[in-house]
Design a protein around this ligand. Structure first.
Ligand SMILES: CC(C)(COP(=O)(O)OP(=O)(O)OC[C@H]1O[C@@H](n2cnc3c(N)ncnc32)[C@H](O)[C@@H]1OP(=O)(O)O)[C@@H](O)C(=O)NCCC(=O)NCCS
Length: 181
């Protein structure tokens, strides 16, 4: 049986992660998909949470990736912390066997363990609803993409202790690398 290992990336994985992103997001019109640069620019920046850059190692080879990085939610009442999910990628020849779901779920579980409460994503609702994401605009969250409606999604993770305040609402601010995708 082929072994699946889900774990945070380490510095030696950078090249393999780039190759996964380049293969998953390959387009005939660009040499390097923007998702590769996005991850390179986020890595090592303030938004980076090392425990939440998750790789899927299948048969000893890195074939999948799910990244959660820091975003800030601002409102009249102040600012709060949240995470953004993405990019999510699985190399084409390993898609449709559950690796994408496994690596996303591993990232969400790791975030819950760190006490994180709110995660946003921009993507196909048909894919992300299986993890519990739903429309973020209906949770009081806006972003440059909220006008898109359904693809702008969020999930609230369960509180680790009772009496924890509700997750923040307001405008979700993404760090500069996101403006290039
Ligand atoms: C999206 C992606 C990560 C899914 O990885 P995967 O390992 O194939 O996913 P899983 O095997 O866990 O799940 C497959 C399921 O997801 C669905 N799915 C895959 N990509 C999808 C997409 N873009 N939109 C909607 N559903 C999608 C499949 O139809 C399948 O559904 P089923 O379980 O009902 O049959 C992978 O297809 C990929 O890397 N795509 C290119 C990059 C990309 O678009 N990333 C997402 C950016 S928002």
């Amino acid at each position: 049986m082929t072994t699946l290992r889900l774990r945070p990336e380490d510095p030696a994985d950078t090249g393999a992660v780039r190759r996964v992103l380049a293969a998953a997001f390959a387009r005939p019109d660009v040499a390097t998909p923007p998702e590769v640069r996005l991850v390179d620019e986020l890595r090592g920046g303030d938004a980076w949470v090392p425990e939440l850059a998750m790789v899927a190692e299948y048969g000893g080879e890195i074939v999948g990736y799910a990244l959660l990085t820091r975003v800030v939610v601002c409102s009249d009442r102040g600012s709060g912390a949240a995470l953004a999910l993405g990019p999510v990628a699985v190399v084409p020849h390993r898609q449709r066997i559950g690796l994408g779901s496994a690596v996303v779920q591993a990232a969400l579980d790791a975030a819950a363990e760190l006490g994180e409460r709110l995660i946003v994503v921009l993507g196909d609702p048909a894919y992300y609803r299986r993890f519990g994401f739903s429309r973020a605009d209906r949770m009081g969250l806006t972003s440059p993409w909220s006008g898109l409606g359904e693809p702008w999604q969020a999930i609230v993770l369960p509180p680790s202790t009772s009496g924890e305040p509700a997750p923040p609402q307001g405008e979700v601010l993404f760090p500069p690398p996101w403006s290039k995708v």
